[in-house]
Design a protein around this ligand. Structure first.
Ligand code: ATP
Ligand code: MG
Length: 332
């Protein structure tokens, strides 16, 4: 098998919590705490979890907008930390981001044409005529027209603005797009249009996506694989089909009960999990989910669960599933 496009190993981001006039560090927010995953060329990896679980922080580290506290990121076989400045610039062109709120991420005083041209100027790509041609090409690709280049962000609807956000991300011909809740701010009807556009673009341009979302419903149809995050950890990662058909982690099961199901006879045994997410500056001992888990056992408060590969491509970090306990493991 060929190597993955992106490989993340033991990635951590601890933000210092400072206090007092001399800014003494009194603790850390463990925003991302030992995350590992791979993304293969041409696929979509969904990353899902409640607010504050570290999804955006993970995305920002991949973009090098944030320096990891620990861990390695390997893109196209090269460790990012070992790249020369020149290689780093090339890599930055190759990984682009689409943001949740296109309005906040588009400069309101610039025309769409100028906004789209900017990444080319930053990376020193093409002359004025070539840049103009590329802007026109990308506007068409995302379903807009040449005349839109002269307009300003406020003259667009939310869906159109996200089309501009997507066009901007594509200007430098990237291979990997990190989409951080790209449809969360849009009306449901518009969400489907933008998701369809992203799927079409993926096929046509052979893009690889990391698609971040709050709930499992949004990523279901676009993701080949899904990683579920809780308090800075990936608690379960699997092929989409396996994850949605046989969710193993109690947290994944709870997230799935929150997804509306069209079948009225459909019932799940559990109610949605109760209670608040603990603070990532003081995470619970053992399995960090134990404070909200309906299946909590003694061991859960004491030991961090290791990953258990329930079947090929489906791993879960939960004490209900491990080598010794595979008698109660539902898939074998
Ligand atoms: N620059 C920062 N300094 C300190 N703490 C931060 C910083 N950025 C994020 N955090 C904290 O890190 C944790 C993870 O944040 P992050 O934004 O990655 O979560 P998220 O999963 O993207 O949440 P959301 O769904 O709300 O976007 C949160 O507790 C957040 O408050
Ligand atoms: Mg976020």
């Amino acid at each position: 098998m060929s190597e993955p496009l992106l490989k993340v190993e033991g990635l951590k981001k601890y933000f210092p919590i400072q206090s007092g006039v001399v800014s003494r560090t009194i603790g850390h927010v463990k925003a991302v705490d030992d995350v590992s995953f791979e993304v293969n060329e041409g696929e979509t990896l969904g990353i899902v979890g409640e607010s504050g679980c570290g999804k955006s922080t993970t995305g920002r580290m991949l973009m090098r907008l944030l320096e990891p506290t620990e861990g390695t990121i390997t893109f196209k076989g090269r460790k990012i930390s070992e790249l020369s400045n020149k290689e780093m610039r090339a890599m930055r062109r190759n990984i682009q981001m689409v943001f949740q709120d296109p309005y906040a991420s588009l400069n309101p005083r610039h025309t769409i044409g100028k906004i789209l041209e900017e990444p080319l100027i930053v990376h020193g790509i093409g002359n004025a005529a070539e840049r103009k041609k590329k802007v026109s090409e990308l506007l068409k690709i995302v379903g807009l027209s040449d005349f839109h280049a002269k307009r300003y962000p406020h003259q667009f609807s939310g869906g159109q603005r996200q089309r501009v956000g997507i066009a901007r991300a594509l200007m430098t011909n990237p291979e990997l797009i990190i989409a951080d809740e790209p449809v969360s701010a849009l009306d449901v009807s518009v969400q489907a249009q933008v998701l369809n556009l992203m799927q079409d673009l993926q096929k046509e341009l052979k893009l690889t996506y990391i698609f971040i979302a709050h709930d499992l419903g949004v990523v279901r149809h676009i993701s080949n694989r899904v990683a579920v995050m809780y308090l800075g950890h990936i608690v379960e990662i699997a092929d989409s089909e396996s994850l949605y058909e046989e969710p193993l982690h109690p947290y994944t099961q709870a997230l799935l009960t929150a997804v509306p199901v069209p079948d009225p006879d459909f019932k799940r045994e559990q109610e949605l999990i109760q209670g608040d997410i603990p603070s990532p500056s003081n995470p619970p001992s053992g399995c960090t989910f134990h404070t909200r888990c309906p299946f909590k056992m003694d061991i859960c408060t004491k030991e961090v669960p290791a990953y258990f590969e329930a079947k090929k491509g489906h791993s879960v970090a939960c004490h209900l599933f491990n080598e010794e306990r595979n008698d109660i493991n539902p898939i074998n």
